[in-house]
Every structure is written in structure tokens, then in C-alpha cells.
Design a protein around this ligand. Structure first.
Ligand code: URA
Length: 287
């Protein structure tokens, strides 16, 4: 019975998380429900069908918009944009980021970092926190140490950096790489939201707690969200740890922590590949 207790507690936790994220209903696959019931599920099944529904939902790839959440009220996502339209629109956003003085980050940064990559409905859009020192110099997202680890993650999934889109919640570097303040994130988020509507990625991967908090407007932490599907304007979203978090284990020579964090991130990335219908790349590609 303790195995069932673990499962039920896990499902209850998952349902609580969905509730916090604004979900009010869960999708039920009748065939899966029948199979689950036939397998001699726990007595609680008949009393709490929502738990079984959550199990089905958690195990299945995300498909279709979640019940109860309205589609994005945008004009640009209503139709597929051409690559030229996308590039033009992204160029305009980059110019706005460059000219923006909506928060104090403008004062100390060298260059704005709008984000870059495949703008043409890529499989994946990675979203981090804010530029660091190297990004601030180059005007490109994730080109420093954390960026090198992100490159490894991307390659391990069988992609190149050019095939995905990479952006941040904030387009300007916070002084001394501090975490962006809520008002700085709020000032910058409209640019990112527009970028997402223009780029139209198939999946969004959120890197770390700030990206999760910023885009999803939730107080649920990365530890609970990591590896759990959610959605943003109908797009499947996979939250996971920030590459810099993983590098910290390396810096402190915490090999057990490093292995655990890498395993958890890789698990999340494998869920993304499954969602995209992509086969796992051969192990050699995974560093
Ligand atoms: N960390 C981020 O979150 N984004 C970058 O672009 C670089 C480091």
C-alpha cells in the first residue's frame, strides 16, 4: 500500500501545482482510465477521479490547449508569419530594447541582449534570466560560461544553437549579475512576450527560477516546477534548472550534486524531445 501512498501523494502534489498555475480542470483519457482501473488501482480511485486524471495527464505528452485557459489574445499569433515578417518584427523589438529606459538596468549595461537564433517556429525556445558580463559585451544571449553549458544541453538534444531560439526575461545585464528585481522583469516582459508570439516556438524551455517566475507569473519554485509540463499561451513549457546552477556544483566540486542536477535536467530535456516526437540522439552526442 505504501507504493500507492507515494503515487497518490505525488499526484496530489501535482494537482496542487496545477491549481496554483491556474488550471481548473484536467484532461482525462477514457482508455487510460479504464486500463488504470482494470489494473486494480487503489480504492481512492473511485473517490477521487481527479487523481487518476492527473496521473494520465502527467504521464502523457502535452497536447492541445489546456481546458479552461483562453487562447492568446494576440493578432500576430493568429496566422503563421513569414520568415521575413518575423525577422523584421524581431529587429524592431531589438531596437526597442536598445532604446528602452523603462528601468534602471539601462544605466549600467553596455549592450542590450535581445536574444537570437532560429525565428522561424523553431522546435525549442530557451529562456534564461538576464545577460551576464560576456553577453553584455557581445549583445548575444548565453555566450558566457553558462552559455557553454547551454550549448552542451542543446547539442545533447541533437540540435545546434542556430536551430533554436535563445532569449532572456531581461534584455539588460543587472549590475554584478544580481537577480533582476520584479519591476525590472515587469518592464522587460512585454518584449519577451512579443518575441514568443513572433517566433512561435513549439516548446519553451525555462531555465531557472527567474525565468519561471517571470514568464509564468508564479511563486512556485524551480525545484517543484522542474521537469513538470505547463503551458504559456497554449505553448508547452518545460521548466528546468539554469545552467549556472549546474556549474555551481562543478565549482564546489560537489560531484554527487552535479550528477543529480544533470540527471534532472536531462530528464526534463528528454521529455521535451518526446513532446516534439524526436528520437533520443545517440549517447555520443550527449556530453
Ligand atoms: N544567464 C542568463 O540567464 N542568460 C544569459 O544570457 C547568460 C547567462
Amino acid at each position: 500500500m505504501s507504493e500507492w501512498t507515494d503515487i497518490i501523494e505525488g499526484l496530489a502534489d501535482h494537482i496542487a501545482l496545477l491549481k496554483e498555475l491556474g488550471e481548473r480542470t484536467v484532461e482525462i483519457d477514457p482508455a487510460a482510465m479504464r486500463a488504470f482501473a482494470a489494473s486494480g488501482g487503489p480504492p481512492v480511485l473511485s473517490a477521487a477521479p481527479a487523481l487518476a486524471a492527473a496521473a494520465t495527464r502527467a504521464a502523457a505528452p502535452v497536447s492541445g490547449p489546456p481546458a479552461g485557459r483562453a487562447p492568446a489574445p494576440t493578432t500576430s499569433s493568429a496566422r503563421t508569419l513569414t520568415l521575413e515578417e518575423r525577422q523584421k518584427a524581431l529587429g524592431e523589438i531589438a531596437a526597442r530594447a536598445d532604446a528602452c529606459a523603462a528601468c534602471v538596468l539601462r544605466q549600467q549595461r553596455t549592450r542590450s541582449v535581445p536574444g537570437q537564433g532560429n525565428a522561424n517556429a523553431p522546435d525549442i525556445m530557451f529562456i534564461g534570466e538576464a545577460p551576464g558580463a560576456e553577453e553584455d559585451q557581445q549583445g548575444l544571449a548565453f555566450v558566457g560560461a553558462a552559455g557553454q553549458f547551454l550549448t552542451k544541453m542543446i547539442q545533447a538534444m541533437g540540435y545546434t544553437r542556430e536551430e533554436v531560439f535563445i532569449a532572456n526575461i531581461c534584455k539588460c545585464r543587472p549590475p554584478k549579475n544580481r537577480t533582476p528585481q520584479p519591476e525590472e522583469m515587469q518592464a522587460c516582459l512585454p518584449l519577451l512576450r512579443e518575441q514568443i508570439r513572433i517566433v512561435q516556438p513549439k516548446v519553451i524551455v525555462l531555465l531557472g527560477g527567474t525565468a519561471i517566475k517571470g514568464l509564468l507569473d508564479t511563486q512556485v519554485g524551480v525545484t517543484r516546477m522542474q521537469g513538470q509540463w505547463t503551458r504559456y499561451e497554449g505553448i508547452p513549457v518545460m521548466p528546468t534548472f539554469h545552467p549556472a546552477y549546474i556549474l555551481r556544483f562543478e565549482a564546489f566540486k560537489d560531484m554527487a550534486g552535479l550528477k543529480k542536477a544533470k540527471t534532472e535536467v536531462w530528464h526534463a530535456l528528454k521529455l521535451v524531445l518526446a513532446q516534439l516526437g524526436k528520437p533520443l540522439p545517440p549517447p555520443a552526442a550527449k556530453k
